[in-house]
Design a protein around this ligand. Structure first.
Ligand SMILES: Cc1cc2nc3c(=O)[nH]c(=O)nc-3n(C[C@H](O)[C@H](O)[C@H](O)COP(=O)(O)OP(=O)(O)OC[C@H]3O[C@@H](n4cnc5c(N)ncnc54)[C@H](O)[C@@H]3O)c2cc1C
Length: 303
């Protein structure tokens, strides 16, 4: 589907299930309900990537600071193991060509998060961000901050990058969502999934904590049965809010496949719809069938 051609108002309607809402409280309540009703934990994300103006950087830093405080002060998340982590995208924090600049506000956010006992995950964007994101995230972790990041199995470089990750760091393993040129990435999805398993095992064998993030049932089952079970307490399964996988998540948490693992959902929210559109377009492109389902339900409601 040519998601980039769909007008923004339609994208919002199609993709509403993927976003917790237009305010911070809605995201906290979504995380609270997931925990209370299903024992599912969350990672909260403020949508607002690819900023163009300095005031957007300031706004994003202020919003993340508020979010961290709100998470820490919310009695529903008093236990550390149940507390939402916070995910952020470096492109929400820099308008400069020098991508390293993004990590100045990110460092301040990480310091505030540490003071409130909230863990941070630095999302991975397209391949122009890979090197700086890995370098800076690993450096923050090695300084003692609870910072994790993401590795994308579609990239040719990822196998070599595994060596850069120190034991105990958190790594979310994904296939990657950004369309990449052939020089840097493969396009065969089955191969990306095979790599998810192999790369996760390589990291876990060295004591790295893996957040296995996919909605592919067979891939989740193989991971839990063949990898996670060998390395107790060293992994969790992650999925996106809005992708219907309740039964699979239940089986993972109950230990019906192998080791019982925590399940964490990625819960994004936006303080303005314009901030959410890029994320929502990616979700639409990834799941045209979901978009059609939403449209059908909408039309039914209109009749
Ligand atoms: C928690 C989490 C965090 C992520 N963080 C990053 C990141 O930082 N950087 C990055 O590049 N990528 C990230 N991703 C995206 C990831 O790279 C994949 O693009 C995405 O998860 C789709 O691939 P898949 O492994 O689920 O497999 P697929 O083979 O694409 O999908 C497997 C099945 O799930 C269904 N499905 C997949 N996506 C959707 C959807 N949106 N709605 C409905 N059904 C769907 C498919 O139809 C198919 O049936 C993240 C994904 C998750 C779950």
């Amino acid at each position: 589907m040519l998601a980039h051609l769909v007008p923004a108002p339609l994208v919002r309607i199609f993709a509403r299930p993927y976003v917790a809402g237009g305010e911070m409280q809605a995201a906290l309540d979504t995380a609270g309900a997931l925990l209370a009703e299903r024992r599912v934990v969350s990672t909260l994300d403020v949508l607002g990537e690819d900023v163009k103006r300095p005031e957007q950087v300031l706004h994003n830093e202020a919003t993340y600071t508020r979010l961290i405080r709100a998470v820490a002060e919310d009695p529903r998340f008093a236990k550390k193991a149940e507390r939402p982590t916070v995910s952020l995208k470096p492109s929400a924090f820099s308008i400069e060509a020098d991508k390293k600049k993004a990590f100045e506000p990110i460092r301040r956010i990480v310091e505030r998060a540490q003071a409130h006992d909230v863990a941070i995950t630095v999302d991975m964007e397209d391949h122009r961000w890979t090197d700086v994101t890995l370098e800076q995230s690993v450096a923050l972790f090695e300084e003692g901050f609870d910072v994790g990041t993401v590795m994308q199995t579609r990239l040719h470089r990822t196998e070599a990058d595994l060596q850069r990750i120190p034991p105990k760091m958190r790594i979310r393993m994904v296939i990657g969502i950004y369309p990449e040129p052939a020089e840097v990435a493969i396009t065969d999805k089955a191969a990306m999934k095979t790599r998810m398993l192999a790369y996760s095992e390589a990291l876990m064998a060295r004591g790295v904590y893996v957040e296995f993030a996919t909605h592919d049932d067979a891939c989740v089952e193989s991971f839990v049965r063949d990898v996670a079970t060998k390395y107790p307490d060293l992994s969790e399964v992650q999925m996106l809010l809005g992708v219907p996988r309740t039964a699979l998540q239940g089986r993972v948490m109950e230990g019906a496949i192998g080791a019982a693992l925590p399940v964490r959902l990625y819960v994004p929210f936006a303080l303005g719809w314009d901030d959410a559109t890029a994320y929502l377009r990616r979700r639409m492109a990834e799941s045209p069938s979901m978009a059609l389902l939403v449209l059908r339900n909408l039309l039914r409601r209109e009749r």
